[in-house]
Design a protein around this ligand. Structure first.
Ligand SMILES: Cc1cc2nc3c(=O)[nH]c(=O)nc-3n(C[C@H](O)[C@H](O)[C@H](O)COP(=O)(O)O)c2cc1C
Length: 168
């Protein structure tokens, strides 16, 4: 039931306080990512834990040039990369990142999944960004997630079961 509650109440947080995560909170998030299932149990994902004030993130944010911080000032960003040659990597990364989002929700923390840097991270300067974020050889950026204490609140999104579900 706890899991169902977290699924129901989770929403994207796009504003954070300066409070850092504790080591215990960080470990819980990482563990939630690593405990996610992977196709054939390949465990082909890698997590780079990046503090919000890391120069590497600032550089990425500037290269993205959105005008607003792409990770909304969160104290921690987890970057998930995975084996490029494995066809299930994107699915596995999606499962892992949602595990992390739900773990954050269970800890009373906010999170937002971040795909907006994918074009940059996999673009012509991919090797440079891979070095910056210590992404292993043969791996590529899949998805990222910002986590921290909520400074803003947003209701969970609405949806239409009528449009999105078919019963045979
Ligand atoms: C694959 C993926 C990529 C996303 N990338 C971004 C992003 O780059 N920036 C952002 O603010 N939100 C991003 N989001 C969050 C979605 O916009 C958000 O989940 C959606 O609007 C539904 O809102 P909710 O999370 O509050 O339910 C992403 C979500 C997913 C699943």
């Amino acid at each position: 039931m706890e899991v169902l509650k977290a699924i129901e109440s989770r929403s994207s947080t796009r504003g954070y306080t300066a409070e850092k995560l504790t080591e215990e909170e960080q470990n819980i998030l990482i563990t939630a990512g690593l405990q996610a299932p992977t196709a054939t149990n390949r465990q082909e994902l890698h997590i780079t834990v990046v503090p919000g004030d890391a120069p590497e993130l600032k550089e990425l944010d500037e290269a993205l040039g959105r005008g607003v911080c792409f990770y909304y000032g969160a104290p921690t960003v987890l970057i998930l990369s995975g084996e490029e040659a494995f066809s299930w990597t994107p699915v596995d990364a999606g499962i892992a990142v949602e595990n992390i989002a739900l773990a954050a929700e269970a800890l009373g923390l906010g999170s937002v999944i971040l795909g907006c840097v994918k074009g940059l991270m996999r673009g012509p300067e991919k090797e440079k960004w891979n070095r910056r974020f210590r992404i292993p050889e043969g791996y590529a950026f899949e998805i990222a997630i910002a986590v921290g204490h909520k400074a803003t609140e947003k209701a969970p999104h609405s949806y239409s079961a009528e449009k999105q579900v078919t019963y045979l």
